[in-house]
Design a protein around this ligand. Structure first.
Ligand code: DGL
Length: 266
């Protein structure tokens, strides 16, 4: 039994989709969330920068006595998971791509689309990981770099968002080459309603449920599940822009959610 919190990180808002799922599946677990809003988006940055930034976030969370780290960001997972595990062998670190890939292959998909940030698509981590488990699977990928900044701006339910999705996806999603679409960015579940409306025939896959399931299995195996504690969840961001605060308040409406500033140089 281990009542210490789980550290969850992302470049901004996206990882909150994993926090909700964690609360749903494992309500006794507490979290410390850290979104690097001062430097979001990560998706178009170089692999070296992504790993350097992610290491700073992981170190901050480890210094706050977390028992496990969930990298709730595909871009960091794609470029940094192995390196972060090497840098921090003292703590279990899990990413979002492996659990998603196992789910898709387990469901018997033979042809899938992947939408993600430029960084994730350039890494081809989904293609490589899917083919490792199922060599004949067909994978179609599309980078959608402008979507994360729009979400961080709070523009989820707008015409601009719909046009942007169409800009990236119309000639991609309507070819009939795949019926299953991986939302390869943890921000995208926040616009799944809009994607479903535009492409109702696609089955959407997002990683939150699977990553939490993997976290649960690891904690069970290591006897690290929490039994309930007085500890409260804490949410940090490296910059508290008006937009970010407004957006998170909207997402957590009706709760006593509060996001605090955590400066990276502190
Ligand atoms: N949520 C991150 C991901 O899953 C977004 C990356 C970004 O900041 O561009 O890739």
């Amino acid at each position: 039994m281990d009542n210490r919190p789980i550290g969850i990180l992302d470049s901004g808002l996206g990882g909150l989709t994993s926090v909700w799922e964690l609360h749903r599946q494992l309500p006794q677990e507490r979290v410390i969330y850290f979104g690097d809003t001062a430097r979001t988006p990560y998706g178009s940055k170089s692999p070296e920068t992504i790993v350097k930034f992610a290491d700073q976030l992981v170190s901050k969370l480890i210094s706050r006595d977390t028992k496990m780290i969930i990298i709730a960001c595909n871009t960091i997972t794609a470029w940094g998971l192995d390196k972060l595990r090497e840098m921090h062998p003292e703590i279990p670190i899990i990413g979002v791509i492996g659990p998603m890939v196992r789910k898709v292959v387990g469901d018997g998909c033979s042809s899938v689309g992947v939408i993600a940030t430029k960084g994730t698509i350039d890494s081809d981590m989904y293609g490589k990981s899917l083919r490792e488990l199922k060599p004949d699977i067909k994978v179609y990928s599309r980078a959608c770099p402008a979507i994360v900044p729009l979400i961080e701006e709070g523009l989820t339910d707008t015409d601009i968002m719909e046009l942007t999705i169409k800009h990236y996806m119309d000639d991609f999603a309507c070819t009939g080459e795949f019926d299953d679409l991986i939302l390869g960015c943890t921000h995208y579940p926040l616009i799944s309603k809009q994607i479903k409306k535009l492409y109702p025939n696609l089955k959407l896959y997002s990683s939150s449920a699977e990553v939490v399931q993997q976290a649960k299995e690891i904690m069970e195996a290591k006897d690290m599940l929490a039994s309930g504690s007085d500890y409260t969840d804490r949410y940090y961001a490296s910059d508290l822009s008006d937009n970010f605060v407004k957006m998170t308040e909207k997402l957590f409406e009706g709760t006593d959610f509060k996001v605090r500033l955590l400066k990276l140089e502190e």
